[in-house]
Write a protein that binds this ligand. Structure first.
Ligand SMILES: Nc1nc2c(ncn2[C@@H]2O[C@H](COP(=O)(O)OP(=O)(O)OP(=O)(O)O)[C@@H](O)[C@H]2O)c(=O)[nH]1
Ligand SMILES: [Mg+2]
Length: 335
């Protein structure tokens, strides 16, 4: 199966993705074998509020990359619920233009209720596509929750998609989603109010550099210091704002150019290795946390929480002490 995935066998790849999604032990073994063959694809994250046109944009981007001769893998993440089959179906319909193209592989992933596991599952799925040889991998997620931020961290370039007339132009900004943007796409530029959206985003960018930018600036500063020169002002990546009408394929080449410019910037300043290192650190820690938590929880008796919750509710116990009591019940060593 490993060989078949590496050779780009679509059925083997689909099967592997199912194993990954189901957290099957076989997936771990296969991923171990695939790992040395990963790290070649360019991962692009696409996120934003529901209905901003992400899937339409992803489809248009995939077509553009195909026209340039690149193979494209698409992962549409649906974190909402196991009952949102409709949304997934919608994506399939929207992306049907791409079906029949052997150079494109599309997969929808759902959480199946495993909170926190979604980022890991998506990461593994992206690795599978990477090992299977897809040159560009696009990951679409909805919204601005912790899951999306974590998923965006997997990507080398993250696009945040906004659209005019969603009622509240600063909605996404409040959720902190701008901090993860490498490229800001204002889609539905054919709609009224597009200038307001662009203006609001520009004002936000001018308010200062969010955390992610500081990290890059920090890396640049170290590099400049090593060369005995102060860091140049042009060395901070400011996310460009690109307007598109994804439904009509307008502005797509500008998005492709912005993604390429971001990639070039990251390479030019020697940031790729640094950012990857940081991503790996976060991933290993997050996997460790998940595993430790799962192990500790299985060590607890099934009814351990019930009595304690009642005591906390009746104010005979405080939550901190309740946790101490739970810890005392975990006798199994961690390993
Ligand atoms: N007017 C206009 N409509 C667009 C444009 N791009 C997409 N749409 C429409 O907007 C609707 C939502 O598009 P999707 O691509 O499904 O949006 P999405 O962000 O993927 O939606 P979710 O995945 O459900 O969050 C569809 O009816 C699209 O046809 C655009 O540039 N202009
Ligand atoms: Mg979508």
């Amino acid at each position: 199966m490993l060989e078949r995935v590496l050779n780009g066998d679509r059925r083997a790849l689909a099967r592997l993705l199912t194993l990954i999604e189901n957290d099957d032990p076989q997936a771990a073994a296969l991923l171990r074998g695939l790992y040395p063959h990963t790290g070649r694809a360019h991962l692009i994250g696409v996120t934003g509020a529901p209905g901003t046109g992400k899937s339409t944009l992803v489809t248009a981007l995939a077509k553009a990359y195909r026209a340039d001769g690149h193979t494209v893998g698409i992962i549409a993440v649906d974190p909402t619920s196991p009952f949102s089959g409709g949304a997934i179906l919608g994506d399939r319909v929207r992306m049907r233009d791409l079906s029949g193209d052997a150079g494109v592989f599309i997969r929808s992933m759902a959480t199946r209720g495993s909170l926190g596991g979604l980022a890991r599952t998506t990461c593994d799925a992206a690795r599978a596509l990477d090992a299977a040889g897809y040159a560009v991998i696009i990951i679409e997620t909805v919204g601005a929750g912790q899951n999306e931020v974590e998923i965006a961290r997997l990507a080398q370039t993250t696009l945040v998609v906004e659209a005019p007339g969603l009622g509240d132009d600063v909605q996404a900004i409040k959720a902190g989603i701008l901090e993860i943007a490498d490229v800001l796409v204002v889609n539905k530029a054919d709609r009224p109010g597009v200038e307001n959206t662009v203006r609001a985003l520009r004002a936000m960018l001018e308010l200062g550099h969010p955390a992610a930018r500081e990290q890059i600036a920090d890396a640049l500063h170290h590099r400049a210091a090593a060369n005995g020169a102060p860091a140049p002002d042009s060395s901070t990546w400011i996310p460009p704002i690109v307007q598109t009408v994804a439904a009509e394929g307008k502005g797509i080449e500008d998005v492709v150019a912005a993604v390429a410019a971001h990639r070039q910037f990251v390479r030019e300043y020697g940031l790729s290795a640094r950012l990857e290192r940081r991503q790996i650190e976060l991933e290993v820690m997050s996997r460790l946390r998940d595993r430790l938590l799962a192990r500790l929880l299985t060590a607890l008796p099934a009814d351990a929480l019930d009595g304690l919750v009642e005591q906390v509710q009746t104010r005979t116990l405080d939550p901190g002490t309740a946790v101490e009591r739970l810890l005392m019940q975990i006798e199994t060593p961690i390993r």
